[in-house]
Design a binder for this molecule. Structure first.
Ligand SMILES: C[S@@+](CC[C@H](N)C(=O)[O-])C[C@H]1O[C@@H](n2cnc3c(N)ncnc32)[C@H](O)[C@@H]1O
Length: 250
């Protein structure tokens, strides 16, 4: 069964925890605290908007072309201003924002260079452009080895859904080609400690089931899920998808 809007929101909240440390590191450097107008494009259900509002002095705008997600964003973040738009053609004059960012967006757009160029256009000269999280499933690593097939399942599912599963490695080039200056790129680290909560584990496997579609039988899916759970409980599980970030100046 496809994920409901609420489950997507939970998934986005979960993904946002993966970039928490990076955001805490980058926000002071881009002087979020001084920004008067901040853009979060491809904001989905707006999971980053409350913290952007809390940490900046000004107004935070969240844009997405999925209106159902935006409706939820409005409910979740009353302090944000939300608008429906395509990331390639933003409905703002040149140099409107002090800072424009995105989080798990560029792998989904038709032309990521064009989308970053558009972020630059609406940002004031000297302002910052941030892509906080762009994964690269080509580098996905699973342990124990029986779980390695998850890489292929998720890579194919992303491709079928219209995303570029290998976008991460291109991010530096995308920012440079879009005309950003002083481009810094990096990859998020990872740490494995206690098993995910039962809720997070269930959600992860709901996504995998959706991604696998007909390629796995119910029994195969069940067996892999049990193997994954056991590996977490035994302190053996490793799951790593390189996730790139980029920061540039207009
Ligand atoms: C993986 S979600 C990430 C949502 C949010 N940034 C987050 O991290 O929770 C990607 C979002 O980008 C939006 N999106 C994809 N292509 C877009 C485009 N061309 N213009 C505007 N939004 C787009 C999708 O509708 C979706 O909500």
């Amino acid at each position: 069964m496809p994920l409901t809007l609420t489950e997507w929101d939970q998934r986005f909240q979960q993904q946002a925890t993966w970039t928490e440390d990076l955001r805490a590191y980058l926000y002071p450097q881009i002087e979020l605290g001084k920004a008067q107008r901040v853009l979060d494009i491809g904001c989905g259900t707006g999971v980053l908007v409350p913290e952007l509002c809390a940490q900046s002095e000004g107004q935070v705008y969240g844009g997405d072309w999925d209106l159902a997600r935006l409706k939820l964003a409005i409910r979740n973040s009353p302090a944000g201003i939300f608008f429906g738009a395509d990331a390639h053609a933003l409905p703002f004059p040149t140099a409107t924002f002090d800072l424009a960012l995105c989080h798990f967006l560029l792998l989904w757009v038709d032309d990521p260079v064009d989308a970053v160029r558009e972020m630059c256009r609406v940002t004031t000269p000297g302002g910052s452009i941030l892509a906080l999280a762009e994964p690269d499933y080509g580098g996905r690593l699973d342990y124990p080895p029986q779980l390695a097939k998850l890489k292929e399942i998720q890579t194919n599912a992303l491709r079928d859904a219209g995303a570029d599963p290998h976008l991460g490695r291109e991010l530096r080039s995308i920012f440079t080609r879009a005309g950003c200056r002083q481009v810094t790129t990096g990859v998020l680290g990872a740490q494995w400690r206690q098993p995910p909560s039962p809720r997070d584990h269930a959600l992860e496997w709901k996504v995998i089931a959706e991604d696998a579609g007909e390629t796995l039988s119910a029994q195969e899916l069940h067996d892999l899920k049990e193997l994954d759970k056991l590996a977490w409980e035994r302190g053996e599980r490793v799951l790593y998808t390189p996730t790139f970030y980029a920061w540039g100046k207009v």
